[in-house]
Ligand binder design. Structure first.
Ligand SMILES: CC(C)(COP(=O)(O)OP(=O)(O)OC[C@H]1O[C@@H](n2cnc3c(N)ncnc32)[C@H](O)[C@@H]1OP(=O)(O)O)[C@@H](O)C(=O)NCCC(=O)NCCS
Length: 175
């Protein structure tokens, strides 16, 4: 179980709340951010309200649910990390990450995900993984830097935004 807030050298991580809505919508609408994610630049305030009001309070192992965790620098939302507790495998978590464009290139994603992943393993996780678009070079550098193993690439396996897309799996094991 993750205990929030998680405080790092420069950042504070805690579940997103309604107060984060406008900043969250702003970076989700950025085409360079939306390109790699499951939403589009048309992401709306109503979309955010639905997500934020429906999310769990914490990460329950095996719940099958995602928790969106805000990443804040000096009280300002700079992005989020997301954790999915798989329902069909014990102690297994998928993670994702998004930074506002202005906050990229400063190591915040590395710092935030590193703390989140450490928290998951400290809480008994067996495996933490991420699935990424094979064309997304910054995210590949990120997971490599975090010590995730590149487990494989499924070639042209995902029909995503109107084209066949190759997807990479990255993972770290507790062991
Ligand atoms: C994926 C994403 C979060 C990566 O962001 P990022 O800013 O490249 O990653 P970090 O915040 O860890 O920053 C690392 C970069 O900052 C540089 N950096 C500068 N100062 C740094 C510091 N103090 N510490 C560490 N890195 C630093 C690093 O050299 C690195 O740059 P490089 O990759 O060109 O070598 C970002 O590209 C993003 O939000 N993309 C859109 C959404 C997305 O694709 N999400 C992934 C889907 S799972």
């Amino acid at each position: 179980m993750l205990i929030f807030p998680i405080v790092t050298e420069r950042l504070e991580l805690a579940p997103l709340s309604a107060a984060d809505r406008d900043a969250f919508v702003a970076y989700r609408r950025d085409p360079d951010v939306a390109r790699w994610q499951g939403w589009s630049p048309g992401y709306s305030v109503a979309d955010a309200d639905a997500l934020l009001s429906g999310q769990p309070a914490t990460v329950e192992p095996g719940s099958g649910r995602w928790l969106q965790v805000g990443v804040r620098r000096a009280g300002i939302l700079v992005g989020d990390v997301a954790v999915h507790a798989l329902a069909d495998q014990p102690d297994t978590y998928e993670v994702g990450v998004t930074l506002a464009p202005a906050a990229q290139g400063s190591g915040y994603a590395t710092e935030a995900l590193s703390a989140l992943v450490d928290g998951l393993f400290a809480g008994g996780a067996h495996r933490v993984f991420a699935i990424t678009d094979a064309r997304n070079e910054p995210v590949a550098r990120l997971f490599d830097r975090l010590g995730f193993r590149h487990e494989g690439r499924n070639v042209d396996a995902d029909w995503f935004k109107g084209e066949w897309t190759s997807i990479d799996t990255w993972a770290r094991l507790r062991s």
